[in-house]
Design a protein around this ligand. Structure first.
Ligand code: SAM
Length: 234
């Protein structure tokens, strides 16, 4: 489980109603079972259940975190596909997700609904991190635009561009040195406008290919993240 509060050894913590219901009513956790608790304030702990919604924290454990920092800058795409992308990106080891608007995004965000949307995205990320047993929670940034993506640059900065025809710019070549941190940009259903690619290139993002087939945006994200993970595992 993930908790917002800091955890103290030999003290009890209270779960939020949703997690408490899942653990106590759905999974029907038994008193002697051990639960791993990740505090959003830091640290991973072991706990036993007390009465709903409480847990008793009895140990702190060292858990190696992924050495690699991966930021996915994801253009806004249709809601169900964007949400699938969020979920799968968490499973595939992303550290930070940066949604952004782009010229050919077919989705326009209604400012009045932004808080609700962000809350929903946070929940999807939370559930995905929990489901795949991560020790950290993926960060979700506020919605950006092409001009502000340079703020998310790291050691290796790539923009996936289906018009990159040079085979030496296939993503796998750019990842060969296994950079410690990677920022990857994925465009919308309609692709990038040439001006947007120019802006990103001026900001030192390298246009890379994911092969000859044109992938849907969410597939492109899965492909790129899988390549990063594979390269890191070698
Ligand atoms: N509208 C474009 C077209 O039909 O030519 C396709 C855009 S694609 C559906 C959405 C995004 O996925 C692109 O902006 C790009 O970031 C990424 N993408 C898809 N296929 C790719 C490929 N073969 N190489 C690099 N990026 C790709």
């Amino acid at each position: 489980v993930f908790v917002d509060d800091p955890c103290m050894l030999h003290a009890s913590i209270s779960l939020d109603p949703k997690q408490a219901h899942h653990l106590f009513d759905v999974l029907r956790i038994q008193k002697k079972e051990t639960i791993r608790v990740v505090s959003k304030k830091g640290g991973t702990f072991l706990a036993h259940p007390l009465d709903k919604p409480y847990l008793y924290v009895f140990d702190e454990i060292e858990v190696p975190r992924s050495a690699k920092h991966i930021t996915l800058c994801a253009s806004l795409i249709k809601q169900d596909r964007f949400e699938l992308m969020l979920q799968k990106a968490c499973e595939l080891g992303v550290t930070k997700i940066v949604p952004f608007t782009s010229a050919y995004s077919i989705i326009r965000i209604d400012q009045k609904k932004i808080d609700k949307k962000t809350e929903r995205w946070q929940q999807i990320i939370f559930d995905a991190c929990k489901q795949c047993n991560r020790n950290d929670l993926v960060e979700l940034e506020a919605i950006q635009n092409i001009e502000t993506l340079h703020n998310y640059q790291q050691d290796c900065n790539l923009v996936c561009y289906e018009k990159q025809n040079d085979p030496s710019f296939h993503i796998s070549h750019l990842l060969k040195r296994d950079p410690a941190s990677v920022t990857i940009v994925i465009g919308p259903e309609g692709g990038f406008d040439v001006n947007e690619i120019d802006i990103l290139q001026d900001d030192h993002f390298i246009p890379v290919s994911l092969g000859n087939r044109i992938l849907r945006a969410e597939t492109a994200a899965f492909y790129a993240l899988s390549c990063i993970d594979y390269q890191h595992s070698l």
